[in-house]
Design a protein around this ligand. Structure first.
Ligand code: NDP
Ligand code: HSE
Length: 433
């Protein structure tokens, strides 16, 4: 056992960083045994130095993260600041100064993962980021290492705790959107700017990271089709219930049937109540991975929050420290397949469409013809008087068979032009059947 400690710098001491520091202190002896050397926290970079931080030696606190990294004796840097800058420059500085990096920063990895991996490789250091996707759930390493001999064809999951928390509250308690968001923020699940959560950017960043690992190709944040969940209404939940479904914000990554391209998307979708993802409650995450030889695997657990995320960070810290002692590095980026990422128009799925229409003869036939003209086959149609009692109008709910997204968009565009269609109340994809 080596007695000289491995030196660790912690960048950020907020929801996640404070838990990382706490676990490093309380589990110091166990970490020493598991790594084969003690780990010593030698500096903690923050923005507000005067803030009281329980359990942190005030002498370790600094606002000069760059100077901390340039000491030159840091073995591992844990980046839990978040955002693009200064996190990106600090990680680069860490590599330049001989440190390996553990990060929870999905926004940065989705945007600049390739450059950061290249910098790590150039300097012979590790870049680990288990905490960046799905909080405490071991997912990055199982996909990158345990499934390295298999072929992943599809990944579908709930990868944002905040939005799952909100949708679950709206569905199960009838809570309003803002009330549920405030509760998620107070519990430390939401990002500093919750727009990233509710508009699907956080899930899209995680989708880009997972797609890159799953398909051994580069998928950037801009490649991921994204719709948030702010438009999901109580009436959508009522429609979902009538179909025996609930609504979840899903990340779906697919390899095309011919294997020549991939798609990556994040959007709200109806899923049957019998589907395992329907029973994922509160801020929990769950991810289905379909691999050729392994079959269907499901990963489930707490997807956000300080302590669960710190668990994933600490797991990476142990792995990176072990590599350091072995004078080795772990796996880097694998992007050899260079598969193109197709657009959303190529995605094939089912749709639930609610239309407000004139309640008069021939309307149903006109709507059905529009679907047929665009090659979209209807599975079921249900017509009812408008719940708001508007006279001479009805709600028409159409559920389609599987169709390309481009064909559905064309259908909706044509429907909007019909005199008898007063409005398209909602369009929701139906997944998991
Ligand atoms: P917080 O906002 O709670 O903490 C951010 C920390 O960074 C604070 O300690 C802040 O200092 C510090 N900081 C901000 N700017 C600077 C700067 N310029 N220099 C030095 N320190 C700075 O964020 P979280 O802990 O929630 O998230 C951290 C990372 O973990 C993000 O990338 C996030 O996406 C990711 N993550 C978060 C999860 C969660 O559930 N919260 C789950 C999974 C990943 P100060 O304390 O002085 O304000
Ligand atoms: N804001 C993120 C979420 C944190 O709610 O899932 C975990 O990445």
């Amino acid at each position: 056992m080596r007695t000289r400690p491995l030196k660790v710098a912690l960048l950020g001491c907020g929801v996640v960083g404070s838990e990382v520091a706490r676990i490093m202190t309380t589990h110091a002896d166990d970490l020493t045994q598991r790594i084969g050397a003690p780990v010593e926290l030698v500096g903690v970079a923050v923005r507000r130095p005067s803030k009281v931080r329980e359990g942190i030696d005030p002498a370790l606190i600094t606002t000069d993260a760059t100077a901390l990294l340039k000491r030159g004796d840091i073995d591992v840097v844990i980046e839990v600041i978040g955002g693009i800058e200064p996190a990106r420059s600090l990680i680069t500085t860490a590599f330049e100064n001989g440190a390996s990096v553990v990060s929870a920063n999905k926004a940065l990895l989705a945007q600049d993962g390739a450059a950061l991996h290249a910098a790590a490789e150039q300097h012979g250091r590790d870049l680990y980021y288990e905490a960046a996707v799905a909080g405490a759930i071991p997912l990055v390493r199982p996909m990158r290492e345990s499934l390295a001999g298999d072929k992943i064809n599809r990944v579908m999951g709930i990868v944002n705790g905040t939005t799952n928390f909100i949708l679950d509250k709206m569905d199960s308690t009838g809570a309003g959107y803002q009330e549920a968001l405030d509760e998620a923020t107070a519990l430390g699940y939401a990002e500093a700017d919750p727009t990233a959560d509710v508009e699907g950017y956080d899930a899209a960043a995680k989708a880009a990271i997972l797609a890159g690992i799953a398909f051994h190709t580069r998928v950037r944040l801009d490649d991921v089709y994204r719709e948030g969940m702010t438009e999901v209404s109580a009436s959508d939940f009522a429609s979902a219930k009538r179909m025996g479904c609930t609504i979840k914000l899903l990340a779906i990554l697919e390899r095309a049937a011919d294997g020549a391209s991939v798609t990556a998307r994040v959007h709200p979708a109806m899923i049957p109540l019998t589907h395992p993802l329907a029973s994922v409650r509160e801020a929990y995450n769950a991810v289905f991975v379909e691999a050729e030889a392994a079959g269907r695997l499901m990963f489930y657990g707490p997807g956000a929050g300080g302590s669960p995320t710190a668990s994933a960070v600490l797991g990476d810290l142990v792995a990176v420290c072990r590599n350091k002692l072995a004078e080795a590095t772990g796996p880097g980026e694998s992007a050899y397949t260079q598969l193109p990422v197709s657009t959303m128009g190529d995605v094939v799925t089912r749709y639930h469409i609610s239309l407000d229409v004139a309640d008069k003869p021939g309307v149903l036939a006109q709507v059905a013809t529009t679907f047929a003209e665009h090659g979209v086959s209807i599975d079921t149609v249900r017509q009812q008087g408008r719940p708001d009692g508007v006279g001479n109008e009805a709600s028409l709910v159409v559920v389609t068979h599987r169709a390309p997204d481009a064909a559905l968009s064309g259908t909706v565009e044509a429907l909007r032009k019909l005199d008898t269609v007063r409005g398209v109340a909602s369009i929701m994809r139906v997944e998991g059947e």
